[in-house]
Structure formats: C-alpha cells, structure tokens
Design a protein around this ligand. Sequence first.
Ligand SMILES: N[C@@H](CCC(=O)N[C@@H](CS)C(=O)NCC(=O)O)C(=O)O
Length: 209
Amino acid sequence: MPTLYYARGACSLAPHIVLEWIGAPYDAVRVDYGAKELLAVNPSGAVPTLREDDGWLLTQAGAILEYLAAKHPEAGLSGGESLRDRAEAHRWSSFFTSDMHASFWPIFMPYRYTTDASDAAKKAAVEAGQVLADKQFAVLNRHMEGRDWVLGAGRGQRSVIDAYAFPMIRWGTKTLPGGLAEYPNVLALHDRIAGDEAVQRVLAREAAK
Ligand SMILES: N[C@@H](CCC(=O)N[C@@H](CS)C(=O)NCC(=O)O)C(=O)O
C-alpha cells in the first residue's frame, strides 16, 4: 500500500485527492517541514513524497500524479492516452509545477527571495509573487473558457491535473489582493472539484488536529 507524506494545505493535497479518487488502500502521513521523518524520505524536506511498500520513493508532485494515473488506468485520471493527450498532460503539469507553483514561493517564503532582512524587502518579494500568480491565473482562466476540466477534448474530462490545480486555486483565493474574482472560470473549476465528496473527505482529514 502506498504512503503519502503530506503537509496540511500544501501542494501534496493534489496526490492526496488523487489517492482518494482512485479508491485503493493507501496511508497518508502528515509531516512538518524540517521534521526528521520527512528528511528521511525526501532530503529536500519538501512534500509530497510517495513511498511504495518495497521502499521505493517518488518525489515531485507532477511525477507522483503521472505515476498514480498510470498505475491505476481503471480510475481514468490520465487525461487520455493519445500522443497529444499525453503532451497536453505534460504541458499542464509543467505549467502548475514551474509557472503557477513557483509564483507562490515568494508569497509564502519571501525571505528566500531577498538577502535584505527588512520587512519592506519581504513585502516587495510577496508583491512580486502576487503579480506573477495573477498572470498564471489569467492564463488558466483563458484556457478554462468553455471547459469543465483542464484536460481533454470538448468540455474535457476529470484528471490528476484538476487535482493539481486545486491547492493552488485555494492559495490564490487566500493570498492574492483581489482573490480570484477576476477569474470566474478558475473559480468554477474550484467549485467543481470542491463539490466532490472524496475531496471533502481529504480536506476534513487534512484540517483535523
Ligand atoms: N518541485 C516540488 C516542490 C515541492 C514543494 O516545494 N512543496 C512545498 C509545499 S507546497 C514544500 O514542501 N515546501 C517546504 C520547503 O520548501 O521547505 C514538487 O513539485 O513536488
């Protein structure tokens, strides 16, 4: 049975949701950043990390999501198997890893983005991150016009990439000065995912003491 190491509300929420969607047995272990338990499985000290029973460890959210979708084809979460389906899945996985997620780092950890310890410098780093995150939500909002899900033809089909979008949309509503009011298609995606019972179960587990 796989074990997911996660932190409350972090990007690890994505594979946590996917494991619940798949419905096969798994363990979810909450960890604190910097904790020995986390460093033992991921020397970067980051979540998510997935551990299989034989001790094999997989890090990087995008890789974990792709692995879970391929391991459980019966769950239908890959976004499709054609050459272009796979290319689109990689495209959006890279978008969330490299463009969207990265824009939040200065918002959450501004001290990593300046050697100036003043509050003003940290505020400037946060604001730069907010501008970048806004740009990414505008890209996502345009893509979601006339679609229900990030991947797939027509109105699309639910996939691991929707789960990947979810924690970042939640961060956007909480940390951007205008929230996501300017991005109605993104908010609709949020509500579509949040309305799912499996997602509610995961949110309740992550919020529990
Ligand atoms: N590239 C990694 C980044 C993972 C990452 O930065 N996760 C955050 C939580 S959303 C984290 O663990 N931060 C702790 C830290 O950077 O010290 C991935 O996509 O999995």
